[in-house]
Ligand binder design. Structure first.
Ligand code: ATP
Length: 297
């Protein structure tokens, strides 16, 4: 699959702090990539780097096969940015503007702007065109950004916490829109989110970042269909480790007050070999927690 977006070795330092450390990331055509990590892990900085919004210390961004950075000329910027719809974690529009005025400004900025699509999304999201941005809740601001991102018919959506602040019905509506968007195999989405249940519903690949470093990149189904959390007592953990069923380095454990949780790569194998050990399906949140705070068995 062609990568519509690629980050190669992105490195960014603020003062003495390295906030991006050789970040590699791919967003292939036809896919939704979920981007997860704790607060301050580097998700927003990565997305801003992909959009060419800041200078990098090292590495490069390749958008639609073409290297792109903050020094790109106006024509390149317009051509490439025209193919990207972005939702940033903070609403970028001037608070005193009305929704209608935002639409007019977007029309001037994007030759491919479709006023009919914008109006359709405003209706879908129940946003009043006469309202001013400052009257909007965070969720309404997110919906407006999404309506703008979609209305210039991009090939890629870069979404930073786009479902944060939305009520569950609105979140499901946005997920439906994203599914429809990638049903065109020339489209792709990168979506950062703390709401990992949203990613469980729509993402193909999950990429985790911690302290500016990519710590995993896995197909979502590998996490949610194959992995398991075995609820062990000490003796069961010892049996599991000594059985040789798994390479010891592949088992991560979290010690809880009530026992030991063990992340296993294949819950079906565990169930066959150790039917007495209860084992739940892993979630993206479980996996992230084990990677970030688990120990080796
Ligand atoms: P969250 O989930 O809280 O939104 P995040 O994963 O998006 O977090 P970033 O916003 O990318 O994290 O921040 C990564 C790190 O970079 C943080 O430690 C943050 O303090 C730092 N950082 C970001 N922008 C700047 C800046 N302009 N100057 C200094 N430090 C910055």
């Amino acid at each position: 699959m062609t990568d519509l977006i690629r980050a190669e070795g992105l490195t960014k330092t603020y003062g003495s702090k390295t906030v991006l450390d050789r970040v590699d990331l791919r967003v292939p055509a036809g896919s939704i990539v979920g981007f997860v990590g704790a607060n301050g892990a580097g998700k927003t900085t990565t997305i801003r780097a992909l959009l060419g919004l800041m200078p990098l210390d090292a590495g490069r961004v390749v958008l639609f096969g073409e290297p792109f950075d903050i020094s790109a000329d106006a024509a390149t910027c317009q051509r490439i940015k025209g193919r990207i719809g972005a939702v940033l974690d903070t609403c970028p529009f001037v608070p005193d503007l009305s929704v209608k005025t935002v639409g007019s400004l977007m029309k001037a900025a994007y030759p491919t702007w479709r006023a009919d699509l914008f109006e359709e999304h405003l209706r879908r999201f129940e946003l009043d065109p006469r309202k001013k941005i400052k009257e909007f809740s965070r969720g309404m601001g997110m919906k407006l950004q999404l309506a703008c991102a979609l209305a210039h018919e991009p090939d890629v959506l870069l979404l930073d916490e786009a479902t944060a602040g939305l009520d569950p019905l609105a979140r499901d509506e946005v997920l439906d829109i994203l599914r429809a968007f990638v049903s065109d195999e020339n489209h792709a989405v990168l979506l950062s989110s703390h709401i990992t249940t949203d990613l469980e519903k729509i993402a193909d690949v999950i990429v985790g970042i911690d302290q500016g470093r990519i710590v995993f990149s896995l197909e979502k189904d590998v996490i949610t269909d194959e992995m398991g959390i075995a609820r062990c007592r000490s003796a069961e953990l010892e049996n599991l480790v000594s059985s040789g069923l798994y390479d010891q380095n592949s088992l991560r454990v979290l010690r809880r007050p009530y026992g030991i949780d063990v992340l296993v790569p294949d819950r079906f194998t565990l169930a066959r070999r150790f039917p007495e050990i209860p084992c739940d399906k892993a979630t993206i949140e479980d996996y992230l927690q084990f990677v970030l705070t688990g120990e080796q068995a």
